[in-house]
Design a protein around this ligand. Structure first.
Ligand code: 2HG
Ligand code: ZN
Length: 471
């Protein structure tokens, strides 16, 4: 039986009973509130309908669950903080959700290797704290830090606000333990810095969205904390100036973030309680963070601002003078997702090369203006990495299905624009259920055939997170 389909209820109950006998200490939840809670992520499009929720406490239990599921052909959905935006952790077809909530500890810190070994259910923020206790940092960071888990970050190759300096999650994984669909335990790369011994399976697993097995342990690289920084917010009058401001900042400052948002995004975070930064409204805003350890670096920031002002690239600017001010400026950018959540936004998370951003933005803006004339369309994102987030807000009078259908039609058109500019339909949120119909737009048929082949080798029965990434 795969999922619920075709399986008689009695045999399902028997199988679950067998799992309980096999692992008497395993926490197994079947109450409807639990099925709903663990069956969904931050997307709200699918009705959660898992068979049960397993909360293993050890790698051994995960291996037993996988073996049992493989024998009974039951689908498994790995589950972390479920903050994903692509439906990668949704369980809507009688699967067993394997939540790593109880496997959330730091296992080891190695000063010589500068690594932290953790269980997959640990929250990103707890990783940050653990690294700080040793005077180091784990530099991947984004707004969901308090609730997302490292296992989920690995499964989507999560990016965030400091990719411009540190890269994505992929750069920071020194080793992984993986439990495969058949219950085997693989140790991938074992924390090595240099390892030229064939295919790097660790890197295949990162970004695989749980389709190649369960990440049950991760060894994370840590690094030195950055020097003191400052945050600057610019009001930008024209879209065409955004990347010119980026060039001016990058030429003089050591950037650790370069983000942007529109007036619509600012409107929503202000309604949500953030502080208004300027008296006048501008169509675009940039938040940038950079090293400001000494007078020279601080002066360079003022010079950049003046130069941008003189060149007409910005209308106004504010430079943080304290950590509290820096946090208030960051809130304008980091609070956007939460401020929009009640509108059930339809989300795009797209990327192009940095050099293609200006031409892509022109086409994208024309497309959005043409196709969404009456919708509130909010865009923002990691423009310094070529990654834009588009959130289309659902008008209250429009039904969910009609709204999604309209947005999917526009996403097909957007996908064509992305192809012309060599971009990707998912930059950092993953494909999941939401974007699998567009995968063939920005990945070639040969790419996808090879990905399917890899999946087949790891999981011949297709039990690991089925329906995610591709059918
Ligand atoms: C961000 O950059 C996140 O804030 C969420 O990736 C983006 O809500 C979104 O579309
Ligand atoms: Zn983002």
């Amino acid at each position: 039986m795969m999922g619920n389909s075709g399986g008689a209820e009695a045999s399902t109950a028997d199988s679950l009973g067998e799992l309980s006998c096999l692992l008497p200490a395993l926490r197994l939840l079947t109450a409807s509130a639990d099925l709903e809670h663990y069956g969904r992520d931050w997307t709200r499009r699918w009705t959660p309908a898992p068979l049960a929720i397993a909360l293993p406490a050890s790698i051994q239990e995960v291996r037993e669950i996988a073996r049992w599921a493989s024998e009974h052909r039951i689908a498994l959905v790995p589950s972390g903080g479920r903050t994903g935006l692509s439906g990668g952790a949704v369980a809507a077809s009688g699967e067993i959700v394997v939540s790593f909530e109880r496997m959330n500890r730091v296992l080891d810190f190695n000063l010589v290797d500068r690594t932290l070994t953790v269980q997959p259910g640990i929250a990103l923020e707890a990783v940050h704290k653990a690294a700080a206790e040793h005077g180091l940092i784990y530099p991947v960071d984004f707004a969901a830090r308090g609730s997302c888990s490292i296992g989920g970050n690995i499964s989507t190759n999560a990016g965030g606000i400091r990719v411009i300096r540190y890269g994505n999650t992929r750069e920071w994984i020194a080793g992984l333990k993986l439990v495969t669909a058949s219950g085997d335990l693989l140790e991938l790369n074992r924390g090595l810095i240099k390892n030229s011994s064939g295919y790097d399976l660790r890197q295949l697993v990162i970004g695989a969205e749980g389709t190649l097995g369960f990440v049950v342990e991760a060894t994370l690289r840590l690094t030195d904390p950055p020097p003191a920084s400052q945050v600057m917010l610019f009001a930008v009058p024209e879209m065409a100036s955004l990347m010119r401001v980026f060039a001016a900042c990058r030429a003089r400052l050591k950037l650790s973030a370069f983000e942007f948002f529109t007036d619509r995004a600012l409107h929503h975070v202000l309604v949500h309680g953030a502080q208004k930064p300027f008296d006048e409204v501008s169509p675009y805003y940039v938040v940038t963070e950079f090293d400001a350890a000494d007078d020279m670096q601080q002066q360079a920031a003022l010079d950049v601002f003046e130069q941008c002002l003189n060149d007409g690239l910005v209308n106004d600017g504010v430079l943080s003078q304290s950590e509290a001010q820096a946090a208030a400026l960051w809130r304008l950018r980091e609070g956007i997702t939460e401020s929009l959540a009640s509108y059930k936004p339809y989300k795009n998370d797209i990327s192009v090369r940095i050099s293609s951003v200006p031409a892509f933005l022109d086409e994208m803006q024309a497309l959005l203006a043409r196709e969404y004339p009456h919708f509130d369309v909010v865009w923002f994102g990691h423009i310094g990495d070529g990654n834009l987030h588009i959130n289309v807000l659902k008008p209250t009078e429009l039904g969910d299905a009609d709204f999604v259908a309209q947005c999917e039609r526009v996403t097909r058109l957007l996908s064509e624009v992305l192809v012309r500019h060599g971009g990707s339909i998912s930059a950092e949120h993953g494909i999941g259920l939401v974007k699998k119909q567009y995968l063939a737009g920005t990945r070639s048929a040969e790419d996808i055939a090879l990905m399917r082949g890899v999946r087949q080798v790891f999981d011949p029965q297709g039990l690991m997170n089925p329906g995610k990434l591709f059918d």
